[in-house]
Design a protein around this ligand. Sequence first.
Ligand SMILES: C[S@@+](CC[C@H](N)C(=O)[O-])C[C@H]1O[C@@H](n2cnc3c(N)ncnc32)[C@H](O)[C@@H]1O
Length: 273
Amino acid sequence: MAGLARVPDGSVDLILTDPPYNLGKDYGNASDQQTMEDYLAWTEAWIDAALPKLKPNGSLYIFLTWRYSPEIFVMLKKRMTMMNEIIWDRRVPSMGGSTRSFSSVHDTIGFFVRRKDYYFDLDAVRIAYDAETKKARSRSIFVGAKWLEVGYNPKDLWSVSRLHREHAERVDHPTQKPLEIIERMVKASCPPDGVVMDLFMGSGTTAVAARRCGRDFVGFELNPEYCDIARRRLEALAETGKPLSDPQGQTPPPRRGRRPKTVPAPNEALEQE
Ligand SMILES: C[S@@+](CC[C@H](N)C(=O)[O-])C[C@H]1O[C@@H](n2cnc3c(N)ncnc32)[C@H](O)[C@@H]1O
């Protein structure tokens, strides 16, 4: 909260954040092990501290699960306009699971905006049709169809595997999010050269995604070990043009006319409160 107070009001294009879900995980701190009342009061406090940092045409994405998304979406709906509930299907394999309820295999992501003229670049995140679909649509009525060429809207059900230990992208953080998801949000909702803010950086996925997409970032992380991981991921990206590992084999886009940036001093990038 102290670090957040130093971020100027109206300076952030996108808040993209993945807070503790309060499911009892061990992040080296008690942030995920609060009573329901404390957790919701704390959530409301950081939301109120964070929202003034957004530009008027800015957006917010928040990762949650079904456990507290109802309460937290209501908090946010009192302050912003809800555009989507995105379901992240973590592609959990069908093995065992709960015996007294249905196994939960998705995260719930809220997408909120402040005003009608919010920034949103759908073309940057369209998904190309595969060759088979294009071929199936090759009849004359489809020839020249723009939608076939530009690809489709990713919709609000995102089926992307969680990161297993054996994933090349994986680092030592219990709830690391896949770059594929975070980069889609950055490209769609933060203008090129804009600023993304993540209040709960963890292993620095948002920072790495922002850099790879040519955006700036500001963020915070309580656990110094995770800060180190985030710094190492950013350093690897600066040195090689790729994160610690690069599952998609993509290199980041050039920074369009701006001077190349060095990895910022630790406290500039990631606050350790
Ligand atoms: C769900 S994880 C974020 C994971 C991240 N998206 C990634 O891909 O690695 C939430 C993080 O919030 C951190 N955290 C908890 N309370 C915090 C606080 N008050 N300020 C900053 N970070 C905090 C935890 O240590 C944890 O690493």
